[in-house]
Design a binder for this molecule. Structure first.
Ligand code: SF4
Length: 374
């Protein structure tokens, strides 16, 4: 079983209009307190031997925008992680970055510090679309950032895209895909926009100044993404993820395969020793709890072996390879069998070579299928 470490950096320069993640606007004093608390959290886990001496296969810095921290600050966190936990020799170490926040010099120092995979939140290559979601980024920023990362030594680069954005047309989506492919990343993630409560887009929707994403257009955009990316040599290995052969994101695969991970930083989630637990979504409580020498865990649920198996199955269905039919059959009770049979009959799931997976049609209803099976 693989093991991962996730570090949540809860700062961004501004909040994008679709974003519902826990974060605060970047400020030096907030960053200073965060770094002190994160360091305490890492030390506490090392003292408690939370990872039981196991080696880390992956480390993932996500957010927020981790690159709102300076390169020295990011390198110092990674150094402490390496001192307190042990990494596999070829561990995947990912850093999420906003294209506007990186330079070639910075990328070089991050690569030398041990980061070996970079994931850029690009979302769109169209400036008007970017403005509509609150990102004042030049359309050339992604290209410049990818170039800087590559010159600094990063081979493994991901670009995140969103389809169904306000004002986005099929034509502009195709142009975004085309430009993305032209930058030759090793990995591309394409997410359908959903409007979540608490976001600026949610408010706009209720005030009538924006529309719900058009589901038919989003489906057509997804089809085009599959076809263009596949033609360009990418393999779709999960509903939203495409990679060049050998470059699937190992960290994200931990989640879908039911492997374990420890999450640090406010709002980070963990799955360790059969327990799911989360860190408080509030920086002040996070600081205070750690100052008193305690872990700021807000909820902890111990899963029964049966729940663990079912979660592994449901997450595994998101993968194009699907999930092992043997594990599925082991978990069957009468009710589950009926739900599964119905999903197979409806053509939303399929059985193939000893594995069960979602069909093309099923992938469009992935979240509802998960709710039915959990
Ligand atoms: S940069 Fe990313 S984390 Fe920050 S507000 Fe935008 S989408 Fe959210």
């Amino acid at each position: 079983m693989s093991l991962g470490l996730y570090i949540h950096v809860p700062f961004c320069k501004t909040r994008c209009h679709f974003c519902a993640f826990y974060l605060q606007i970047h400020r030096e004093d907030r960053v200073r307190s965060y770094l002190e608390s994160l360091s305490r959290e890492i030390l506490l886990h090392a003292e408690l031997n939370s990872l039981d001496g196991r080696l880390l296969d992956t480390v993932y810095f996500g957010g927020g925008t981790p690159t709102t921290l300076s390169c020295d600050q990011l390198a110092a966190i990674l150094e402490q992680v390496q001192q307190c936990f042990e990494l596999q020799e070829h561990a995947e170490v990912t850093l999420e970055a906003h294209p506007d926040t990186v330079t070639e010099k910075g990328m070089r120092s991050l690569f030398q510090a041990g980061f070996n995979r970079i994931s850029f939140g690009v979302q769109s290559m169209d400036e008007d679309e970017l403005v509509k979601i609150g990102r004042r980024t030049s359309r050339h920023a992604a290209g410049t950032a990818v170039q800087a990362a590559r010159s600094a030594g990063f081979v493994d680069t991901n670009l995140d895209l969103i389809y169904g954005l306000p004002g986005q047309t099929m034509r502009s989506w195709l142009a975004t895909l085309d430009e993305t492919i032209g930058l030759e990343p090793t990995h591309v993630s394409c997410y359908a926009l959903t409007i979540e409560e608490g976001t600026r887009l949610y408010r706009d929707l209720h005030q009538g100044s924006t529309d719900e994403p058009d589901a038919d257009l989003q489906n057509a955009m997804e089809d085009e993404a599959v076809s263009l990316l596949t033609a360009a040599g990418f393999e779709r290995y999960e509903i939203s993820n495409y990679s060049r052969p050998g470059f699937a994101c190992r960290h994200n695969q931990l989640y879908w395969r039911g492997d374990e991970y420890l999450g640090l930083g406010p709002s980070a989630q963990s799955y360790l020793d059969g327990c799911r637990f989360g860190i408080v979504e509030d920086l002040l409580t996070y600081h205070r709890t750690l100052e008193f020498g305690n872990l700021p865990i807000q909820e902890c649920e111990r899963l029964t072996p049966e729940q663990c198996r079912r979660e592994t199955i449901v997450f595994g269905l998101r993968l194009i390879e699907g999930t092992d039919l043997g594990i599925v059959e082991e978990s069957m009770d009468r009710t589950w069998e009926q739900v599964l049979d119905r999903l197979l009959d409806q053509g939303l799931l399929e059985e193939r070579s000893g594995r069960v997976r979602m069909t093309e049609q099923g992938r469009r209803f992935a979240d509802s299928i998960a709710v039915e099976l959990l």
